[in-house]
Design a protein around this ligand. Structure first.
Ligand code: MG
Length: 253
């Protein structure tokens, strides 16, 4: 059984997610050749705090930064460092905010300047997997429908799924049950209900999906050093289907 959040809780998760979105917008605009991930981290932290929240990742199981920054073959949970970004790099940036007792979490991967066609194919495919996964986050679907939609599209695009990682519930904790695999047959697992709030996050690579863990205990890279990408939204299931909380709230006409 996955706990269903009350409306007031979803509103508070949404408030955190709106901060995540605002910070992502600011950071994405700054991703240009020459800037360092460490500079992006400092700016993100300042912005999260200016918006009244705390950076969700800082101190989480000892993670020392406010954003995760994963460049090229780095997969997830990377440490922002002082290596300037170069034209042709891709960078995944994961942002989390904690406000009023509730978390928001979202990630995007973007190219630095002009990137190669294979890198672009990876970015487009990862984003499409996210969108197709989210489309399955609807009442009376099953949890693995999300997983299967992601896997089916990744397979069709010839992109490999990094199986070590997946999505998760979110709320008062950054990571709540259930874990959401990015692969598997449809029609399995818990039935989805309004009030479920999930982070859906395909993590794909161009080559072999074997993972190597680095000495810092956090950063993971593809063993063959092929490019990896990560896209994530926090999504609430409503009576009408999925509502993406890490995008701007629709303003009623
Ligand atoms: Mg997440």
């Amino acid at each position: 059984m996955i706990r269903r959040k009350k409306l007031g809780e979803i509103e508070r998760i949404s408030a955190s997610c709106q901060i995540v979105f605002a910070v992502q917008q600011k950071i994405e605009a700054l991703v240009t050749p020459g800037i360092t991930p460490l500079e992006l981290d400092r700016i993100a932290e300042a912005e999260i705090r200016a918006l009244g929240a705390a950076p969700a990742f800082k101190g989480y199981h000892g993670f020392p930064y406010s954003i995760c920054s994963s460049v090229n073959a780095s997969i997830v949970h990377g440490f922002p460092d002082d290596t300037p970004l170069a034209v042709g790099d891709i960078i995944s940036i994961d942002v989390g905010a904690h406000l009023d007792g509730y978390y928001g979490d979202g990630a995007f991967t973007v190219g630095v300047g002009t990137i190669g066609p294979e890198a672009q194919r990876l970015l487009d495919g990862t984003l499409a997997c996210l969108e197709l996964g989210i489309a399955q986050a609807r009442p009376d679907g099953r949890l693995s429908d999300i997983s299967n939609a992601i896997e089916t599209h990744a397979d069709a695009q010839g992109l490999a799924i990094i199986r070590e990682y997946g999505g998760h519930g979110i709320g008062r904790k950054l990571h709540e049950s259930p874990h959401i695999n990015n692969y598997g047959p449809p029609g399995k697992g818990p039935r989805l209900k309004p009030g479920h709030v999930f982070c859906i996050e395909p993590i794909l690579c161009l080559g072999d999906p074997e993972v190597e863990h680095s000495d810092d205990g956090w950063t993971t890279v593809t063993r063959d050093r092929s490019l990896a990408a990560h896209s994530e939204h926090t999504v609430a299931i409503t009576e009408d289907g999925p509502q993406i909380l890490t995008l701007p709230t629709a303003v009623p006409a």
